[in-house]
Design a protein around this ligand. Structure first.
Ligand code: AMP
Ligand code: ZN
Length: 107
């Protein structure tokens, strides 16, 4: 999607501090952190939100969830972290490209 900020981060049109990347997903630092560590894990494929996920996205979503603790540990959150997925305006979503917030403070 051409006007999507997270698609542009995924294609490196917009800079971000990337902490993890593979063929299917990208994780980068949130520009306005709500915790000492605040990362966003996004699929490279655009879909608006969890409510827009299709059956073919099920393996990708599973891979992303399995990657979260590994990324969190590498970011200093081996002691624990929070995950959050905002969905739709009613869920507080502001960027309409699915993303998983990973938040925490090193302990
Ligand atoms: P949400 O409310 O779940 O849609 O969260 C969107 C998040 O994206 C917010 O925490 C923003 O701070 C973050 N954000 C917006 N633009 C950027 C950007 N260019 N780079 C990194 N994070 C961003
Ligand atoms: Zn997008």
């Amino acid at each position: 999607m051409t006007d999507c900020i997270f698609c542009k981060i995924a294609t490196k049109e917009i800079p971000a501090t990337v902490v993890y990347e593979d063929g299917e997903m990208l994780c980068f630092k949130d520009i306005n952190p709500a915790a000492p560590v605040h990362l966003l894990l996004v699929p490279k494929e655009h879909f608006d939100s969890l409510a827009h996920a299709q059956p073919e996205h099920e393996p990708l979503l599973g891979k992303m969830m399995m990657k979260v603790p590994k990324i969190a540990e590498a970011a200093g959150l081996a002691g624990g972290f929070k995950t959050q997925i905002n969905t739709g305006k009613g869920g507080g979503q502001e960027v309409f490209h699915l993303h998983i917030h990973i938040l925490g403070r090193p302990v």
